[in-house]
Structure formats: structure tokens, C-alpha cells
Design a binder for this molecule. Sequence first.
Ligand code: MLT
Length: 273
Amino acid sequence: MRTKVNGIEVAYTDEGEGKGLPLVFVHGFPLNRGTWSKQVGAFKATNRVIAPDLRGLGESEATGGPVSMSRFAEDLYALLQHLDTGPVILAGHSMGGYVALAFAKAFPQALRGLVLVGTKAGPDTPEAAAARRATAEKVRAKGVSVVVDAMAPKMLSSGNTDAAMAQSVRDFMTGSNPEGVVGALLGMAERPDAGAWLDKIQVPTLVIAGADDTIIPPSEAEALTKAIPNTQLKLIFDAGHLVAFEQFGAFNEALRDWLAWAAFDPRRGMCDA
Ligand code: MLT
């Protein structure tokens, strides 16, 4: 599906219904909403499931210049307003987690639960930011294959020999607009430290990490779990960075268990999940 919000054409998936709260899934970099296909299929019988392509990635329109995590969050809020979802449970993977944290800060009233997957709160080091800017220059010169070739081999666990899955991972990346990829790189390079306000997060939170993630190691998930009140941590084995796709069975079970746990305890402020 497509619609125009916040001045850009956004592509998104919107499937399912049920008495549960809407589940919104935000993909990482330089990926697209296809990375959540296993969750859309699994949860659409019980929940409305929404997964957008972020500005400039997947099939969504690109704009010039850096795209801040706040800008991505504003796009998301505008989409949810347009879709009249009411408050949601928001899941973000990696860069999608940076967006989810920006959303939690800016739009707490729109949130009932948070799921942070293979992500972290801290900003780029000066070296990491400089490397991103250098990569952005290379993408401008040579195209998106620069980041696809660098990142695709790191998305799954090193022991994973599933060639079809590896090809799917490349496919999630290759369609993105070079301008969008550059915008996200520059936006990540300048993103603020979200660590200072993690203790203000009011909603139940689930933190999930792949045990073999080498892009954002599980120690970051442990740090998030310590800093955010009312949080559960789930480490998933035989999974790398793209844990929700690689080990979707274990991931979906963890998400379903947490939804049930949060829903059944009224003190946790969540119901009908
Ligand atoms: C992602 O998967 O979104 C990226 O690896 C995040 C990052 O580069 O910081």
C-alpha cells in the first residue's frame, strides 16, 4: 500500500485485525519492510500489523540531505495518524530501534509497548560517524551495492548456510534509493545519545538480541535492559543481527509470550494485546 504523509510517498504493509493492540514494525538499515514478513504472517490473525518502508528505503520516496531519527519518527507518527491506529506497540530493529526510541521520546502518548531488537541507545563515536560519512560518499559515487556488499554478509549468524535466506537479505537491501541510503547514513552519524532519557520510558519494553550479532553485540541489549524500567530481555541463539528473520520461530514465540505477560498484568498498563 502507499500513501502520502509528511510530504513524501510512503510504502507500507497494513494487514490483519483482532482484539490485540496494533503492532508496528520498523526495519533497520539499509533494509526494508520485507524483513518483517515472518512477523506479519504470524501476528495478523490476532493484531493489526503495520510495517512501513522508512523514508528513502525500500519503496518509500527519498528526499535529499541527512534524515534524522526524529524525522523518521515524525514520518511514522504521521502514518499512524493517517491510518487511525490509536496507540500501538512499536518494534524497531537496529536503526529502526533508534527510530523507535526517538518516537518514544516525541510521542509517548501514541505508545503502549516497545520492542527493541538488535539495537542500542548510544550515538556514533566520532570515528564511526566519520566512517559513515565516507560510506555515504562512496554510495554517491558507486551506488547502493557499496553498502549491500559490506552489510549483507554480517546480517545472519556466521554458521548460517541457508543460501536462499542470504539471497533474501540482499534483496531487502538492493532496491533502496541511493539518495535514501545516503540520507540514513548521515542521519545515523548525527543521531543524539538516547541513553539519557531511557529511564523515562513508561511502557513495558521487550529487548531482543541475536546471540551471534556482530554488528550490535548482545551487550548493548543488556545495557538497554538495565536502563529502561519494566523491561524483559530475550537472547536468541543461532541468530545474528537480523534475528527476527533468521530465527523467526523463536522470535515470534518470545514476542507472543511477552505480549501475553504484559497484557495479563494490569499494573503494567497494557491490555488487549
Ligand atoms: C542497521 O541494521 O540498522 C544498522 O546496522 C544500524 C547501524 O549501522 O548503526
